[in-house]
Design a protein around this ligand. Structure first.
Ligand code: ZN
Length: 501
């Protein structure tokens, strides 16, 4: 029996708003598309959470024995500064400001994005297509939408006719928005506007003479709209109807709503069976945003080099911290929560090292109750993950297992009480859940845990030196640490934190 038959997955489908049994289109296979980054700036932590959610989901599908094709795109053209098809293309703007070719901007930030995901131990997707490599397909589907009567051309641009589409279909099926409300809100169209209705969106935009990113099309030189690339790349690699489409909650409207309308308008088929959305990050209870000054980059989190951070946290501690919440809940960042996640991770990580060194023993004195308990722990971990990928519950299960591992290690519970098969299953479940499914790996010195310990020792010595009024020694500790790139920060109440350059 396959693991996926033993522990069938249920997931919360944003389309129905309900938890549903997962039934793939092809038995034993899963096709999943996730909206990737627009590569015009450093990837922020909110994006990291989204990609981490789908990293764990893809790891779990594979671990259960599914053959998975995971497609995550790179948006390298067409994402304008706001959702109303207005403003400059984000990449073209960055290129202009930095005096670079747009493709230099794309390359720099794509590499940075990959590096961050690698630090967090994420596995690359099966295919990572780019929008600029699929211009031909985007033109083709736009032509099809015009032919099917769902799109119109004005002055070299092509727009999707939402009102027309809504006559025969349901625009708002995913987000629950009503077309009448959308028509009421926001700014009114004026005589400058090309759109028939304000809720229409661009499939193709005419390029002004100064616009650098441009391609020839039946409507003149231009570039694709943002939503159309995902419709093209998902259906090209996964089929006109595929299993799962994921992304951050902020993409549900308009991006994903538009994807459905485009696919239905072009192919006459509902493109996606299950929509999954991961929730937002908050900082000390507030929404994380650049304008509030409370958003930090992954590297600031690792070094602690940010006004809101008391110190740095290792990538694995942050990964663990994020997985301690269900992906559909908001997740709040605070120094306390990070520090406690770091401790928790260390505990589970120690047990991981311990169980790898334990081997089952042949015995004729097995304890039936204990054997039952270990088997239940194994089931609990899988059932939690199969219940809408509940990593938070699975981690709670690992803590229970960790306590047992410590009993075995200390000899409090003899390994002779467990039969070999049960112990091996218990051991492989713990190791697989930690490493393969949750993607947590033991951290070495270079990753910071021992280094942090050593620096804390020096910080305590410095506090003692100051208390003894031995300022020569306390200054020497500070200066010598600074010389090797460790910056001490004196905080309130005599607390000392540090950052590593
Ligand atoms: Zn997308």
């Amino acid at each position: 029996m396959n693991l996926y038959e033993k522990y069938p997955i249920s997931l919360t489908n944003s389309l129905s708003g309900k938890k549903e049994a997962f039934v793939p289109i092809n038995v034993g296979s899963v096709g999943m598309y996730v909206c990737g980054p627009t590569v015009y700036s450093d990837v922020h932590l909110g994006n990291v959470r989204t990609f981490l959610t789908f990293d764990v989901i893809s790891r779990y599908f594979r671990h259960l024995g599914y053959k998975l094709r995971y497609v995550r795109n790179i948006t390298d053209v067409g994402h304008l500064e706001n959702d109303a098809d207005e403003g400059e293309d984000k990449i073209a703007k960055k290129a202009r400001l930095e005096k670079l070719e747009p493709m230099e901007v794309v390359k720099n930030y794509t590499e940075g994005f990959h590096e961050v995901l690698r630090q967090f131990n994420m596995i690359p997707p099966s295919i990572e297509p780019t929008a600029t490599a699929h211009i031909v397909e985007q033109i083709e589907i736009t032509k099809k939408l015009i032919t099917n009567g769902f799109a119109y051309e004005v002055n070299g641009s092509v727009y999707f006719d939402v009102t027309k589409y809504n006559e025969s279909h349901d625009y708002g099926i995913l987000s629950g928005r009503k077309i009448e409300d959308l028509m009421e809100s926001g700014r009114k169209l004026d005589s400058q506007d090309e759109k028939r209705n304000k809720i229409d969106f661009a499939l193709w935009k005419k390029a002004s003479p100064y616009h650098i990113m441009r391609w020839p099309s039946p409507w003149g030189d231009g570039f694709p709209g943002w939503h159309i690339e995902c419709t093209v790349m998902s259906t090209k690699y996964l089929g006109e109807t595929f299993d799962i489409h994921g992304g951050g909650m902020d993409l549900k409207f308009p991006h994903h709503e538009c994807e459905i309308a485009q696919a239905v308008g072009a192919n006459g088929k509902n493109p996606v069976n299950y929509w999954l959305h991961s929730n937002m990050l908050t900082v000390n209870g507030q929404k994380m945003s650049k304008s509030l000054g409370n958003s930090f980059l992954p590297r600031e989190l690792f070094t602690g080099n940010h006004a809101l951070l008391e110190r740095g946290y290792s990538p694995m501690s942050v990964r663990f911290f994020m997985l301690q919440s269900h992906y559909s809940s908001t997740l709040d960042f605070s120094n306390e929560a990070l520090a406690s996640a770091e401790k928790g991770f260390k505990k589970l990580s120690n047990s991981l090292g311990a169980i790898k060194n334990l081997t089952a023993v042949v015995s004729n004195q097995t304890n039936t109750e204990l054997v039952k308990e270990l088997n239940r722990m194994v089931d609990d971990c899988y059932l939690s993950m199969s219940d809408d990928f509940n990593s938070a519950k699975a981690i709670a299960g690992l803590f229970v297992m960790s306590a047992r591992i410590n009993d075995f290690k200390s000899g409090n519970t003899s390994l002779e009480q467990v039969d070999i098969e049960t112990f091996e299953k218990f051991k492989s479940t713990y190791v697989d859940m930690m490493e393969k499914v949750l993607g947590l790996k033991e951290e070495t010195d270079a990753d910071g845990s021992h280094l942090n310990g050593a620096i804390q020792v020096l910080i305590e010595l410095r506090k003692k030196a100051r208390a003894d009024r031995n300022y020569a020694l306390s200054d020497k500790i500070r200066d010598d640490l600074q010389a090797v790139g460790v910056q001490l920060k004196d905080g309130k109440n005599g607390e000392i934190s540090y950052t590593i350059e």
